[in-house]
Design a protein around this ligand. Structure first.
Ligand code: SF4
Ligand code: SF4
Length: 336
């Protein structure tokens, strides 16, 4: 496994990390095996979040005997001091540790700075030794740039994949200039891409400072990334052409689930509804075929086409059209 310096944190992190959303879907025994296999093969960076249900607990169980050998990043969606402190305490308990390597503000609507309650709370937690470095996750490119240039955060996590725009692909260079560690979330476009070799080489061979956090839930998926790390393929002209085709086909319909489009006046749960066919493929489908979800999805029929969602979407998606298409696919799934 290769390692590189993770921005100004100075941490020597593996060039591939693991994103710990999918492990929520497997048993604790399976997640322990999977996480330990990743660490045994040299992956030392694991990203989770307070809101990923049992994900932190699974990391705690898998790594309580080797905490010092790995780096853990987690996140809080709390927006005030009391909430951030409470979240961190819960995370530490779940993770069976007394410190978090990277503590990230989870997609805040602005970039907190020194003097702001949220930011100052992080500084206090760092002084108390409970967090080592400050991070932020973003879906909004303007805010992501502000966080990098402002110099107050050690790391940024942002969706970067084959489907990223040219503007978004300037982030690695910006982070390198400001010595900020860069984590790529959704490097497989949240499951929209099914080509691990392409997803891997696109980031790994073009940018020398991006740590993708691969969301894996099966040992075969882990094995695929380990093999790619062992012998990283060239980003060939053929792969570049494949990337171009994916982009042309999918970039305009890839909902990143950031939630900036909310609220919808008729109550459509857009971040989930706009990815429903993907969730049915990648998650436990039954969870999204309940009567509760059928009712929520049916709200799409009441869309007023007010345009509020698309005007707020940082990815300029035609959200109502996307929802209509997801509604059609959902009906097919229900009838099968
Ligand atoms: S266009 Fe439809 S989905 Fe979008 S905010 Fe308006 S009602 Fe909701
Ligand atoms: S439609 Fe756009 S704003 Fe809404 S969740 Fe998806 S990517 Fe985010």
């Amino acid at each position: 496994m290769n390692h590189w310096r993770f921005g100004r944190t100075g941490l020597s992190v593996s060039t591939s990390g693991i994103g710990c959303i999918p492990i929520q879907r497997i048993t604790f025994a399976e997640s322990t095996r999977l996480l330990q296999a990743a660490a045994d093969n040299g992956i030392n960076f694991f990203d989770t979040a307070r809101v990923y249900t049992t994900s932190e607990e699974r990391l705690g169980v898998a790594f309580n005997d080797r905490r010092a050998a790995i780096f853990i990043a987690t996140k809080t969606m709390a927006r005030d001091r009391v909430g951030i402190i409470a979240d961190l305490e819960t995370s530490l308990k779940n993770l069976q540790t007394d410190y978090v390597d990277i503590y990230q503000l989870h997609n805040p609507p602005s970039v907190p700075r020194p003097g702001d309650e949220m930011y100052d709370t992080l500084i206090d937690l760092k002084a108390a030794g409970k967090i080592r470095f400050l991070g932020i996750t973003q879906h909004d490119l303007t805010l992501a740039r502000e966080a990098v240039v402002g110099g107050n955060y050690d790391t940024l996590q942002y969706p970067l994949s084959v489907l990223a725009s040219d503007d978004e692909l300037t982030l690695p260079a910006l982070c390198a200039r400001h010595d900020v560690g860069l984590l790529a979330m959704k490097a497989m476009a949240g499951g929209l891409l099914d080509d691990a070799k392409l997803a891997f080489t696109f980031l790994r061979r073009q940018f020398a400072n991006v740590v993708p956090i691969w969301g894996v839930q099966r040992e075969t998926e882990l094995a695929e990334f380990l093999a790619l790390e062992k012998d990283p393929p060239e980003y060939s002209a053929a792969l570049a052409e494949r990337a171009r085709r994916y982009r042309a086909e999918l970039a305009g319909s890839f909902c990143r689930a950031c939630g900036y489009c909310l609220p919808c006046p008729v109550g459509i749960p857009i971040p989930t509804a706009a990815r429903m066919s993907l969730l049915l493929r990648r998650m436990v489908a039954e969870n999204f075929l309940t009567s509760e979800w059928r009712e929520k999805m049916a709200l799409i029929k009441d869309c007023r086409h007010c345009g509020q969602c698309s005007s707020r979407c940082p990815y300029h998606l035609d959200t109502p059209a996307l929802l209509a298409s997801e509604w059609e696919k959902y009906q097919t799934a229900i009838s099968n």
